[in-house]
Write a protein that binds this ligand. Structure first.
Ligand SMILES: [Zn+2]
Length: 217
């Protein structure tokens, strides 16, 4: 089996369904940051983390089960059935996710020469889907930020992120934004969309099909 595997969120959730987890641990990598990512060096960055965890830290394996890249792609790390090296004292039964980026606000946390990042776009959309899965299956109290642990001085997963905000967004993932509600409802009633995936990107063929349906009325 490949050491690291790319999974879509659907494939990931199908695999996770075979396990029982007690907590979802959310981290930012801090280093590497978004500036370390060039759009195709997922494996290279993952190998760097693997090296750091196994050789520098002396761990048996990469610490996290999953890495979430700035483009929203998921890459597996440690096997799901193994305890992660995630948050000391809380690791048993946890699923550990590292989001590539430094999500501290400028001027907060430790200085990072790679710069500051925002959790947005596909990367934000993907972590929200995983959070939603955990909320539905295990309850929102199982969503854990690294800094929730009183024994860490880290700001991880970054001072720009608030857990309550992410949980709120995750719960509304299948609903349109408030500003789009009226148009969305109109489009469903007029047969232009079936109303699924309101916050997902559309391909050009989907856009054209929706215009076609609207104009043909
Ligand atoms: Zn962390």
């Amino acid at each position: 089996m490949e050491k690291f595997r790319f999974l879509t969120i659907e494939e990931l959730i199908r695999e996770l369904d075979n396990y029982e987890f007690t907590q979802l641990h959310i981290h930012h990598t801090w280093k590497p940051a978004h500036s370390s990512f060039n759009g195709e060096n997922h494996i290279q960055l993952q190998e760097g983390m693997y090296y750091f965890h196994t050789v520098v830290n002396g761990w048996e394996d990469i610490g996290q089960h999953l890495t979430l890249f700035p483009d929203g792609r998921w890459l597996t790390g440690r096997a799901f059935h193994k305890t992660p090296a995630s948050i000391a004292g809380w690791n048993t039964g946890a699923l550990a996710v590292e989001m590539v980026g430094n999500f501290d606000l400028p001027g907060t946390g430790d200085f990072n020469s790679l710069g500051y990042d925002k959790l947005e776009g596909e990367q934000r959309a993907e972590i929200l889907k995983l959070i939603k899965y955990f909320i539905d299956k295990y309850g929102e109290e199982t969503i854990i930020f690294h800094r929730d642990n009183p024994n860490t001085r880290k700001t991880c997963p970054g001072t720009s992120l608030e857990k309550a905000t992410l949980i709120k967004e995750a719960k509304h993932i299948h609903e349109p934004s408030s500003w789009a509600k009226e148009a969305w409802q109109w489009a469903i009633e007029n047969g232009i969309t079936d109303g699924t995936n309101p916050r997902e990107m559309a391909t050009r063929e989907q856009v054209v099909t929706m215009i076609y349906r609207a104009m043909k009325k």
